[in-house]
Design a protein around this ligand. Structure first.
Ligand code: MLT
Length: 412
């Protein structure tokens, strides 16, 4: 008989967001009137239309596909050169980061890439993740067989958890022990915290000393408002030798439904073979990409390219300002409700402490039942998320204002 992947049986319940969706649907079916006034601040999905520059480019690209002379079939699996060049120039070289065009790999999502990247790593690595953490990092390692079983708090054997608490500003410190692969996310999902330069320097120093690789997820980079904060790990000297960076067009250009992202794999980044030889990872990721992926569609890549035009950049900035404006409104509302609020200043997420003695899922149920607002329970991101909940600022301004009005009405 065919064998299944036993590792999948170690996974806890469903993936967090479908599980929330299931509970919200059950609530709406049972309470059709309340469902009418439901506001979703759960999953971090954008709500505003695409920037006009992207729309124009998408339309033009569709028209090109209608004509034999400008039609496009398969493109390069790793992305068209013109998009890779626009990304490398605007997102990296203009910020003083040494990133070459061919170190950019265009993909259909940072979520996919942070999971797929495990294909080029071995199975014996010690893996460190923050707690709380974006669940994809954990679950993809479970699926790949890099962990043991989960304990009662949901923590998996063989993973090294780095606690993120108010005391460290929700930014993990390098551990005293050795690890080989480290997931960092800044600005952070779910806590909204953003790592400063000394914090990233400490991580690069650690990674170089331990010959570890940092998997740096910067999908929310566009939300950095504090000019002192680094936008890329490659702003830190030495990072080219120890870090892979993930970026996305989802949360800046509103591409969650369009799908375009990219991963940076520097050619100088190396990892060890089983015999101890140090070899570059870039050719492995290129091989993996060209073997398992046929690239992002021509249309979508043209849309993504338009985000880097002067008009596109201004329109992206306006979108970010809209969502950060929501975050400000929501922060005020949560504070008025007497809640302790973190994040929301350099990120589209607010990380809120539930009142004393209230668990994350109790807070979820109360806010859903009494305020008819969907949030994300912090415990869904890890055991250190227990007692917190996340509010997403991805919404219309009217909805953000309404949530800010309803939160203080709750009696805990
Ligand atoms: C989230 O809500 O955490 C995000 O939407 C997840 C994602 O971007 O995949």
């Amino acid at each position: 008989m065919a064998r299944l992947n036993d590792n999948y049986l170690k996974l806890k319940a469903g993936y967090l967001f479908p599980e929330i969706g299931r509970r919200v649907k059950a609530f709406c079916d049972a309470n059709p009137e309340a469902a009418q006034r439901l506001i979703r601040c759960g999953i971090g999905d954008v709500t505003e239309p695409l920037p006009p520059a992207a729309i124009t480019a998408l339309h033009r690209a569709v028209d090109e596909m209608a004509v034999r002379e400008t039609f496009h079939g398969y493109g390069p699996e790793q992305g068209y050169e013109w998009l890779r060049a626009a990304i490398a120039q605007n997102d990296f070289r203009d910020r003083g980061c040494d990133v070459a065009d061919d170190e950019i790999f265009v993909s259909d999502g940072a979520k996919c890439d942070t999971g797929n990247i495990l294909d080029i790593f071995g199975h014996k690595n010690k893996i460190a993740i923050s707690d709380p953490v974006y669940p994809v990092y954990v679950d993809t390692n479970v699926m790949a067989g890099h962990t043991g079983e989960a304990n009662a708090t949901g923590a998996y054997a063989r993973l090294v958890y780095l606690p993120c608490k108010p005391g460290n500003g929700f930014i993990p410190e390098p551990p005293r022990r050795h690890v080989d692969v480290i997931y960092l996310c800044s600005p952070n999902n779910p806590t909204g915290a953003a790592a400063n330069r000394p914090q990233l320097e400490a991580w690069v120093k650690y990674a170089l000393a331990h010959e570890a690789v940092i998997l740096f997820d910067a999908a929310y980079e566009a939300y950095l408002t504090d000019p002192a904060l680094p936008h890329s790990i490659y702003e830190i000297p030495g990072a080219r030798d120890c870090a892979i960076e993930f970026r996305s067009c989802s949360k800046n250009g509103g591409f969650t439904g369009v799908r375009c992202a990219f991963t940076v794999v520097p050619k100088s980044l190396r990892a060890a073979t089983h015999t101890g030889e140090r070899l570059p990872l870039h050719p492995l990721w290129l091989r993996r990409t060209t073997t398992k992926f046929n690239g992002v569609s021509y249309l979508v890549q043209r849309g993504a390219e338009a985000l880097y035009s002067p008009d596109g950049q201004a329109q992206v900035r306006a979108l970010i300002e809209h969502y950060l404006g929501n975050a400000k409104v929501l922060r005020e509302g949560a504070k008025q409700a007497g809640l302790k609020v973190f994040g929301g200043l350099n990120a589209p997420y607010l990380w809120v402490k539930a009142p004393r003695g209230v668990t994350s899922w109790q807070a979820f149920d109360k806010i859903l039942n009494e305020a008819n607002v969907v949030i994300t329970p912090g415990s869904g991101f890890g055991s250190k998320g227990e007692g917190y909940f996340r509010i997403s600022a991805f919404n219309s301004r009217a909805n953000a204002e309404e949530v800010a009005r309803r939160l203080p009405e709750l009696k805990w």
